[in-house]
Design a protein around this ligand. Structure first.
Ligand code: NAP
Length: 120
């Protein structure tokens, strides 16, 4: 396997250490890079996204990131509304898959954005 085919996932990418690693690998070229952040809307994360050379990936995820950012308040409200409520999973040792999935994905707004990715 040549290094061009290898994927490197960098955590702490918006920080000093991770940022230095990303800059080094971009300068070297040929790597497939993914940066992990808890705050994709932050200035540091946006700057990181802008310097990447994987245009195809950026084109695929930029609308998703924007859709999530635009709907953040609604998504957070939907997730918070699900907290602390009793949930019927249809069984303890053998939970019902559909009921469990519904309980684990309580934000219809978030789900619509994510499900839209596989539809597109
Ligand atoms: N700087 C140095 O010279 C140096 C030397 C030796 C060791 N270290 C160690 O290397 C590590 C990184 O240092 P740094 O200077 O690069 O720090 P930094 O500039 O403060 O960056 C910290 C990074 O970690 C991410 N992060 C923070 N909390 C996180 C969490 N709970 N889950 C996932 N990601 C989290 C942040 O990303 P988001 O906010 O975007 O999610 C940010 O990109 C630290 O453990 C530090 O002690 C640093």
């Amino acid at each position: 396997m040549t290094h061009q085919e290898r994927l490197i996932v960098v955590t702490g990418a918006t920080g000093k250490q991770g940022g230095a690693l990303i800059r080094h690998l971009l300068k070297q070229g040929g790597w497939r890079l993914r940066a992990v952040t808890r705050h994709p809307e932050s200035e540091a994360a946006q700057a990181l996204a802008a310097q990447g050379d994987d245009r195809e990936l950026a084109a695929r995820f930029a609308p998703v990131a924007k859709a999530l950012a635009d709907r953040e308040a609604t998504i957070v409200a939907e997730l918070l509304a699900a907290q602390g409520n009793p949930v019927d999973l249809g069984g303890y040792y053998l939970p019902d898959a559909a009921k469990t999935t519904a309980a684990m994905r309580p934000s219809a707004t978030f789900n619509a954005v994510i499900d839209g990715m596989s539809a597109g």
